[in-house]
Design a protein around this ligand. Structure first.
Ligand code: ARG
Length: 457
């Protein structure tokens, strides 16, 4: 029977099923490097304030270094009886250096320890997701120069709406991911606050220096209230929300490109290294990566839901329920990280079928709105212009023609003030070129956007 560090008051050994039920080391071992970083900073602070000698601190640091290396190499023995990563590291330290190791937990509880480890982990995870988001943005930006003159049909209600330049589309995704990055930065600020030194919940009567620990671990501030600090998992939920939103953005993109890569659309050829085949239909090249990026969004949203329900109604301060925060957090992170990595590769590797797109751009009356605006510029009230153009579209539809195929007489019949200048806004190229507003798909606006994104990344 492994001796429990908390066993002093107990008269019965722990039931084996309880050990299995309460353990977390099977998943929280992932925090080992952060746990050790936190312990080193804690020991150094204890030395500074005179609760450890310099020699004791050196022994502790040496022991922790060895433990870190053993875990790195996969040679560290984990066992359910030792509950969690914190007890594993501490027990192993005591095995190595004896009584000095028994001093490490001075002025510390696992409650402030796990909160600290998790904040260190989330901080690093945020930085990693931010870097992956930047790669996806770079993949989109990387397409823009060579596709600056490609016009795509833009959609609303998934019906053809107005023509847009392809880079305008790509940069729309960049904007979404940029907001995600801002959300991450904001979340990071609140995560980067030190709980250690809150001890179990009330603080400690020992003369510790929390600011010193914060500085050593790169925290911006020290948590102001010990009860809040050990109970707070807001930073986990905020990060999980941002991950869920990133997954939502990815799934929108994945859905779109799945559709665009069908024979029916034929806008896009996905890189074959990122497609898979069918076991029965030899001709199939399936967009499974995109489908799974879309599909895995479900579990990321589920993980956020799990966390929201987990903390509901928990009384202050630490409750063991909080141990259950890690599996959904880790899963959301792993899922989004790999999805972003694959998304960047797919974005970079896909090829637009320019010919197939151009061939069908003329369908769908994508220039109707620009024609309406042309009439507005000639003094026709918007509602009137809308009706006039609607009737012109109906006429063209009935004749199987494009708006630009209609003779001038038809336009003049619709509105006597119209002259041959009307043809200057008809057709997808001219409709795009006619755009003027800031943030529009006009070539100037798009070139300005591309330049801004290139300078940023
Ligand atoms: N494994 C626990 C967790 O992840 C560590 C804190 C346990 N504290 C306690 N007093 N039982 O939340």
């Amino acid at each position: 029977m492994a001796e429990k560090p908390w066993g002093g008051v107990f008269e019965q050994a722990t039931d084996r099923r309880v050990e299995e039920f309460t353990e977390s080391v099977s998943f929280d071992r992932r925090l080992y490097a952060h746990d050790i970083d936190g312990s080193v900073a804690h020991a150094q602070m204890l030395t500074k304030v005179g609760l450890l000698t310099a020699a004791e601190c050196q022994q502790i640091e040496q022991g922790l270094r060895e433990i870190r290396q053993e875990i790195d190499r996969g040679q560290f023995p984990f066992c359910t009886a030792r509950e969690d990563i914190h007890m594993h590291v501490e027990a192993s330290l005591i095995e190595r250096i004896g009584d000095v190791g028994r001093k490490l937990h001075t002025a510390r509880s696992r409650n402030d320890q796990v909160a600290t480890d998790l904040r260190l982990w989330v901080r690093q995870a945020i930085d990693e997701i931010d870097a992956r988001l930047k790669e996806v943005q770079q993949a989109f930006v990387g397409r823009c120069d060579s596709e600056i003159d490609v016009i795509l049909p833009g959609y609303t209600h998934f019906q053809r709406a107005q023509p847009v330049l392809a880079p305008h589309y790509w940069l729309a995704y960049c904007e979404k991911f940029e907001r995600d990055r801002l959300r991450l930065a904001d979340c990071r600020r609140r995560a980067n606050v030190l709980p250690l030194g809150s001890a179990a919940l009330a603080g400690t009567s020992l003369p510790i220096d929390r600011t010193d620990v914060a500085r050593r671990l790169g925290f911006d501030a020290v948590a102001a209230n010990s009860i809040d600090a050990v109970s707070d998992r807001d930073f986990v939920l905020e990060f999980a929300f941002v991950l869920a939103l990133i997954a939502e953005h990815l799934s929108t993109w994945a859905e779109e490109w799945i559709v665009w890569s069908t024979a029916e659309f034929n806008f896009l050829k996905l890189p074959q290294a990122f497609c898979t085949g069918s076991s029965i239909m030899p001709q199939k090249i399936n967009p499974d990566v995109l489908e799974l990026i879309r599909g895995k969004t479900a579990r990321v949203i589920g993980n956020l839901q799990t966390l929201l329900v987990l903390i509901k109604g928990l009384p202050l301060a630490y409750n063991r329920d909080l141990q259950e925060d890690k599996p959904p957090l880790f899963d959301a992170f792993d899922t989004v990280r790999v999805s972003l990595e694959l998304a960047a590769a797919v974005v970079a590797g896909a090829e637009l079928n320019r010919a197939a797109i151009a061939e069908r751009l003329d369908r769908g009356y994508l220039d109707a709105t620009t024609l309406m605006e042309y009439l507005i510029r000639r003094g026709v009230p918007q509602r009137t212009a809308h009706g006039l153009v609607g009737r012109l579209v109906r006429k063209a539809m009935d004749l199987g023609l494009r708006l630009s195929d209609l003779p001038l007489a038809d336009f003049q019949e619709a509105h006597p003030g119209l002259d041959a200048g009307v043809y200057q806004v008809l057709g997808p190229e001219k409709a795009v070129a006619a755009m003027l507003s800031h943030g529009s798909t006009s070539p100037d606006s798009v070139r300005e956007q591309v330049a801004r994104w290139k300078a940023r990344n």
